[in-house]
Write a protein that binds this ligand. Structure first.
Ligand SMILES: [Zn+2]
Length: 85
């Protein structure tokens, strides 16, 4: 009778250090921000966030980067219109 307990290895990395990481409020995936960065863009959904540092290695989302999103929205709209060249 063989008893397999393979599930232990999966849960190991849940805790531990999350240096410079925070969760994207748009797609809820983890983003790693460069230390001291004032803003970063989520590589998963492309949403840009303004961040502040609660402590070194502990970023907090302040809010979306509206400028950036506006530019992105314009680009998307321009592309969806079928090119105005
Ligand atoms: Zn995201």
């Amino acid at each position: 009778m063989s008893e397999s307990t393979k599930k232990n290895t999966d849960k190991k990395t849940v805790k531990g250090r999350t240096s410079g990481q925070f969760r994207c409020l748009y797609c809820f995936k983890r983003i790693t921000a460069p230390p001291g960065a004032k803003s970063t863009t989520c590589p998963h959904c492309g949403y840009a966030w303004r961040i502040s540092w609660f402590s070194p290695g502990e970023p907090r989302i302040r809010g979306p980067v509206w400028e950036n999103n506006e530019a992105m929205t314009r680009k998307i709209m321009a592309e969806s219109k079928g090119g105005s060249k």
